[in-house]
Design a protein around this ligand. Structure first.
Ligand code: NAD
Ligand code: MG
Length: 392
């Protein structure tokens, strides 16, 4: 079958998802070509990636890093053009020559470039869940208007997507779905004594038992704010209410999520915990390609465990559920306060349990607005960050 080579922009190419994306792409040079790579400040990794892939553009959102990269690439005689600054991220995401955009910047910084790709009607491989948490209504409206193809890369949402029929955006009732079940590994502290929580270090929080990920999402997985963000993400992606989404603790991270239908059937997607599976799915949909991930050996795993979530241990999930129930810009404040809290925890300016307390305090004080425009959402993001910083 003849297929046109797809040109790809990878937003956040130096991160965990970015590197996994390049790994899958490199396995299929006949199908995919890298058009642009972007990162914040990691010049070393960017130089290596440009050497290996010779993209048309390499973008560093940090101008100082862009100048450094330009020098380094000149030394090695690279023909890749270096761009600097935040606006350049959107420029390479919406470029007319681009077919697919991997949205793998972490946090609110990913929203504008991802939206630029949506508005330009690209295929979006969405890892940057914070974009949907902040701006889900406007984001999904923009997808409808531009005809962009949105493929969820977060493993849970990718699993649900795989277990749903194509017409699921019409609403879950019309396709006979009773509920969605997000699985959660429980992270590194699922068995830790609650009394020890106050002394948890960043290093302990970043040591996830099943997945290797960037620092921010690792901390979010430890507090289960990640599952809260994913709950909100699921509501927007699958056009449902938060009470149609259950969370189930499943330690082995083999079942990535499930869909329960009205007749009692439950469909699950399984696989080894490796993000190259959802990435390959997003790249090849509606076909399938090799992701580089080995076969799932269920005989070796032998046992799959399930248990209900302990809300006393993981109070952040309820904060996220209340935020999406309250609606408007409350999820913007939740996300912004959490980003400030996680950064402070990683810098050892806030304790682990302080993360929940700070987000909770911000939400108690926050006066919500209707999320009427992206500009307003960005302004509310800044306002909530200021509130969080002054409470710190
Ligand atoms: P990471 O920290 O490893 O990488 C983040 C990338 O974003 C880097 O390339 C970095 O240079 C870039 N970046 C950071 N701040 C930026 C800024 N201000 N401007 C421009 N670029 C910036 O993160 P990750 O683990 O790869 O996660 C990326 C996104 O994917 C997150 O939203 C995360 O929630 C989501 N996600 C990750 C995983 C995973 O397994 N890592 C799984 C599901 C979803
Ligand atoms: Mg996930």
């Amino acid at each position: 079958m003849a297929c046109q080579v797809k040109k790809i922009t990878v937003l956040g190419s130096t991160g965990s998802i970015g590197v996994s994306t390049l790994d899958v792409v490199a396995r299929h040079p006949d199908q995919f070509q890298i058009f642009a790579l972007t990162a914040n400040g990691n010049v070393e990794v960017m130089v290596q990636q440009v050497r290996a892939l010779s993209p048309r553009y390499a973008v560093m959102s940090d101008e100082h890093a862009a100048a450094q990269l330009r020098e380094r690439l000149k030394d090695i005689g690279s023909s890749t053009e270096v761009l600097g600054g935040e606006a350049a991220l959107a420029q390479v995401a919406e470029h007319t020559d681009v077919d697919y955009v991997m949205a793998a910047i972490v946090g609110a910084a990913g929203l504008l470039p991802t939206l630029a790709a949506v508005r330009a009607g690209k295929r979006i491989l969405l890892a940057n869940k914070e974009a949907l948490v902040m701006c889900g209504g406007l984001f999904m409206e923009a997808v409808q208007q531009s005809g962009a193809e949105l493929l969820p890369i977060d493993s849970e949402h990718n699993a649900i997507y795989q277990c749903l029929p194509a017409k699921h955006r019409q609403g879950l009732a019309s396709i006979g779905v009773r509920k969605l079940i997000l699985t959660a590994s429980g992270g590194p502290f699922r068995d830790k004594a609650l009394a020890e929580f106050e002394h948890i270090t960043p290093q302990q929080a970043c040591a996830h038992p099943n997945w290797s990920m960037g620092q921010k999402i690792s901390v979010d997985s430890a507090t289960m704010m990640n599952k809260g963000l994913e709950l909100i993400e699921a509501c927007w992606l699958f056009n449902c209410s938060h009470d149609q989404v259950d969370v189930l603790v499943h330690r082995q991270s083999v079942i990535h999520s499930m869909v329960e239908y009205t007749d009692g059937s439950v469909l699950a997607q399984m696989g080894n915990p490796d993000m190259r599976i959802p990435i390959a799915y997003g790249l090849s949909w509606p076909q399938r390609i090799d992701s580089g991930v080995s076969s799932l050996n269920l005989a070796e795993i032998a046992q799959l465990d399930f248990e209900p979530l302990d809300h006393a241990r993981f109070p952040c999930l309820s904060l996220a559920a209340s935020a999406i129930a309250a609606g408007g810009t409350v999820p913007v404040a939740l996300n912004a306060a959490n980003e400030v809290a996680v950064a402070a925890f990683l810098e050892e300016r806030l304790s682990y349990t302080g993360i929940y307390r700070l987000v909770d305090r911000v939400l108690q004080q926050y006066q919500q607005q209707a999320a009427t425009s992206v500009e307003l959402v960005m302004a509310e993001d800044q306002r909530a960050r200021q509130m969080a910083n002054s409470l710190l």
